[in-house]
Structures are given as structure tokens and as C-alpha cells.
Design a protein. Structure first.
Length: 281
């Protein structure tokens, strides 16, 4: 017999430091999980909402040791000039941006008609990195677009070589934060640095529109630690995390992910054995 698994990404969301609201939101979340007969609920609390994490733990949630989560992100403060942003970058990143801007590549905003093309690029990128695409298919992506784009919360930006899309990224907006949620690259025009043009274009766009923060959405803390020691192995220099660090963003840890089991006996067993497992984020 199968087991039902639920996942909450950066939720539940309440006003920060509102203890009563956090408790109510957590109770409603667990009630909904019970109604849906979810055997296991994995929860990534929202950054900065300590009251939510406290309320979750008070209701029996425990540190997640069974599933790997992203544990940190990289955030760029946009409250400065473009020259200052460029000055804070790695020298090679600045050089790549300048090379891209001198090429024939064009950065621009696109729309729903280019979603299939974007998804294809994202699939190609995932294959090169040995990952599964998320969202899992074009239909799911189209549904998310229809929910968020009309509100101005999701936008598609592309880098083109003539009529061909070489690189593309989906930007999500949340409050004063612009987040680069998903990217895709065909692997072509490497010498012209299309991905650097894409990221710099979206950073400039977010700054021009008044966003205060640019969020790269994920970064590997081990790469940050190696960079701080000036001892990044060659294999990590080719990683997405090392690429993101080139923009001068600061690492921001995410809250510990939590897990909730619907059945009390399973919760009791997990409480006994979970210290034996290595932390999963």
C-alpha cells in the first residue's frame, strides 16, 4: 500500500513575529494534511519567520533527516548604483558581462509563446547537470504561469542570437524581492557568455523596477566556504553556485526543514532514530 507525501515550500506565510497567527496557520496546515490523509508532510519554513518554526515544532514537527533540501540562497542588495554592483563582482564576471554586451546577443523580455522553448532549454540544462526538471512538464509550468503572470509575479526573459533563444530565465517577484527561479541554456554561443548577459539583464531590470533584493534562489554552502578560503576545487569552479558567487551576492541560510508524521507511533519511532541520520537540510 502506498504512502501519501506532502510538501510545503517556504510556508505557511504569516506576518513575521506574529505568534498567534503562526500558531493558527500551523494548526490549519496540519488539519489540511490530515484531511488529505498525508502520511508524511515535509515543510521548509519561510526565511525569517522564527515564530512559524517554533509553532511547527510545538505541534510535533521535527528536523528533517529523510530528504535533501536547499539549505541556503545568495542575495544581492540592489540599493546601490550599477557601477557599485559591477565593482563588487568577480573580475571575470565583469569581463564576461562586457564581452556579452559587445556581442550580437540581445537581452529582452518575452512571454507565454516562448514558454515551450524555455522549458526545452531548462530540460537540456538539467540533463547536463544530472538533474530532473522541476516543474516536471510543460503543462505544470503553463499552469503556474497562468496563476502568477497576470499578477505581475512571473516574467520570462531571454537572450537571443538572431531569432534563436540561447538562454532564458523565469523571474518571480515576492514583495521587494526579485527571484531568478529557473534558467535554461542551449549550450550554444558559450564564447559570447549568454548566461552572464541573462543574469545581468535581469538584475538591472529588477533594480530599475524598484526591487531591493535580487535572490539567486539556491547556493551550495560548501562552495561558499571554499571560496572564502580561496581554495575552490576546479570541479566546483564549474558549478552553478560558483557562477552565482561571481555577482557579489551574500549567502543567506534557510531555516531547518522539518517533517511531520500523521501517525503518532511513526512520530515516536522517528524521534528515537532521527539523531542517527545525517542532517538533510
Amino acid at each position: 500500500m502506498g504512502r501519501r507525501l506532502g510538501y510545503v515550500s517556504f510556508g505557511p506565510v504569516v506576518a513575521f513575529n506574529a505568534g498567534d497567527a503562526a500558531a493558527s496557520a500551523v494548526q490549519e496546515l496540519l488539519r489540511e494534511a490530515s484531511v488529505r490523509k498525508l502520511d508524511v508532510l515535509l515543510i521548509q519554513p519561510p526565511p525569517g519567520a522564527e515564530t512559524v518554526e517554533t509553532a511547527l515544532r510545538e505541534q510535533g514537527c521535527m528536523a528533517n533527516r529523510i530528504y535533501s533540501y536547499i539549505t541556503a540562497t545568495a542575495v544581492l542588495d540592489l540599493g546601490t548604483s550599477e557601477d557599485a554592483l559591477l565593482g563588487a563582482m568577480r573580475a571575470t564576471t565583469r569581463q564576461n558581462i562586457r564581452r556579452a554586451m559587445k556581442s550580437d546577443l540581445i537581452f529582452c523580455e518575452s512571454g507565454e509563446h516562448d514558454l515551450p522553448g524555455f522549458y526545452h532549454l531548462m530540460e537540456m540544462t538539467c540533463r547536463r547537470q544530472g538533474l530532473r526538471p522541476n516543474p516536471a512538464n510543460e503543462d505544470v509550468l503553463a499552469t503556474i504561469w497562468k496563476l502568477y503572470h497576470p499578477l505581475g509575479k512571473m516574467r520570462l526573459f531571454v537572450v537571443k542570437s538572431g531569432s534563436e533563444i540561447v538562454s532564458a530565465g523565469l523571474l518571480l517577484a515576492f514583495g521587494a524581492r526579485a527571484c531568478i527561479w529557473k534558467i535554461g541554456w542551449s549550450g550554444r554561443r558559450r564564447e559570447s557568455k549568454p548566461n552572464d548577459l541573462l543574469h545581468w539583464g535581469m538584475i538591472r531590470q529588477a533594480k530599475e523596477e524598484g526591487y531591493r533584493l535580487f535572490d539567486f534562489c539556491a547556493i551550495d554552502p560548501s562552495v561558499v566556504a571554499a571560496a572564502n578560503r580561496d581554495s575552490v576545487p576546479t570541479r566546483l569552479m564549474k558549478s552553478p553556485s560558483f557562477f552565482k558567487l561571481g555577482y557579489g551576492a551574500a549567502m543567506v541560510p534557510y531555516p531547518t526543514s522539518l517533517v511531520f508524521f500523521r501517525h503518532g507511533c511513526v512520530r515516536a519511532l522517528y524521534r528515537l532514530i532521527h539523531p542517527l541520520f545525517r542532517s538533510r537540510g
